[in-house]
Every structure is written in C-alpha cells, then in structure tokens.
Design a protein around this ligand. Sequence first.
Ligand SMILES: [Mg+2]
Ligand SMILES: [Zn+2]
Length: 189
Amino acid sequence: MIVSISASHYLDPAADTLLARFPAPRRALFLDRDGVVNINHGYVHAAGQTTWVGGIFELCRGAHAAGYLPVIVTNQAGIARGYYTEAQFLAYTGWIHAQFAEQGAPLLATYYCPHHPTEGLGPLLRECECRKPAPGMLLGAADDLGIDLGTSVMVGDTESDIQAATAARLRQAKLFSGGDLPPFTEMFG
Ligand SMILES: [Mg+2]
Ligand SMILES: [Zn+2]
C-alpha cells in the first residue's frame, strides 16, 4: 500500500538559506505552538493576542547552535470550527516567523492541521492523519524537508504531542508544564 504523506504547512521565506546551512539528513526541534511558543489564551490567531512563553527564543537559538531546525506542528481546530480562516492563520503564522527571525532564532516551517473529527465545517470535518496525536505532520515535515525523525526532538504541553512524537519515533519528546522553557542543552543535552 502506498501511503501518501501530505500536511498543510507554511514555509519560512528564508527556508532555502536554512536548508542550505543544515544539509540533510536534518535534525528538527519540533514545537507544539499553543502552550509552548505562545501562551494558550484559546484560539489565538492575531499578533495582539500573543504572549510569548518565556525562554522560547533562547530555546530556538540553542537549537540552531546544536544543529536542530525549529519546526512548529500545531492542531488548528479554530480553522475547522470557522473561528478564523486559513488565510488569517497563515498571515498570523507569517508574523510569528518574522518575530523569530528578528530574534535570531528562525523557524524553518509551521505545519498545521485545519481539521476536526466532530466539529469541523464542510470538508474540514474529518478524521485525518495530521491532527495530533496522529504523527502526520511530523511525517510530512520529514518527507518535505529531509528531516531524520530518529535524531529529532520535540517539546509539547499535552499528552497528544508526546503521543505524536512517539508514533513518529523521535529521539526524545519533552512534556512542558508551564513556566519558562529551559535552554536547549538542558532539555536535550
Ligand atoms: Mg499545546
Ligand atoms: Zn488534519
């Protein structure tokens, strides 16, 4: 059986430069978004709603220094539910990427699941392979970006993040329970 892997994503404008700097097989620091990158105020989708989690930029600078490219993997049921459009989500994602670039901690890509199995509208109502705890976003990123999952790591704040990481056979996944993020070397050294 041929399983096609595809997941919706936003590629950083500097992705080509980043990919050239980190030859394949690449290692990724996968990051859940809500609760790890930004405080989860609920369906955050605009710059004005954004509170950064303490230590997130330091964590990503540390990842770069250790040879890991940061990639966000995020369930976006807000798109499925019609709370905001995919275009709004992508505009906000572009803004997030710009902030990380400014901080010297550029993100390679953001993978997102716009579906929901029971609350999705129209074609977004479905059981998909990308919504965590399924590993589809991680597998898609690996396929698209030449990432070696077995040497990659993840930080999430829910059990479904860890389950996705386990299903994708990452080297290590850390459950973050709030406060400030520790430095990369402390988490994965
Ligand atoms: Mg989360
Ligand atoms: Zn999905």
